[in-house]
Design a protein. Sequence first.
Length: 191
Amino acid sequence: MKKPSKLDWYILDNLSNDWECLTTIYPEVAEFVSGISRENVVDAIHHLIKEGYIQIRGGHIFDKEALLSEPEEYLETKYWFGLTTLGCEAWEAHSVEYAGYPIDWTQAWSASISFENREGHIDGVSKEVCLAAINKELFLLREEPFEIDKKSMKYSKINGFNAKYYKYISGGCRISFKLRRSRTVRQASSK
């Protein structure tokens, strides 16, 4: 694995949370790499695609001119970029050098909630991480008329889970739960 340039690494870092487009990548990367242009970022993205570090969602073919002709605030693009396994490895391997800290997956978790089915689950590296994640995940329920029914929670070991769209972690725990009407909603409707 070749060492990524500072620009390359910050593009990989930008893609480490979600799929992104040039409109979101360029300004965020420009905060850390001074003096770069949109064209510099597009050239770096193209290089990272050719090296196998990033991919284009939907299998679209990279077209530099089409990408550069898009308005700067354009979010309707077909060009959404994401990490590959190789890109994740490069991002992790050089994080201490560029960010000053190692990438730590020891607290990784992923949540899935279906309001329609009134259920959900949290996968994590351990039972403790899942329980802590449930408390973090409650913020999603603030605007919804549901809360987690803590009596319904079931624990099970799992073979692994996707901590991010590009990162699979072997082993772990799942806490499954049901959702119920929120007490605050029930209290408000009974008044």
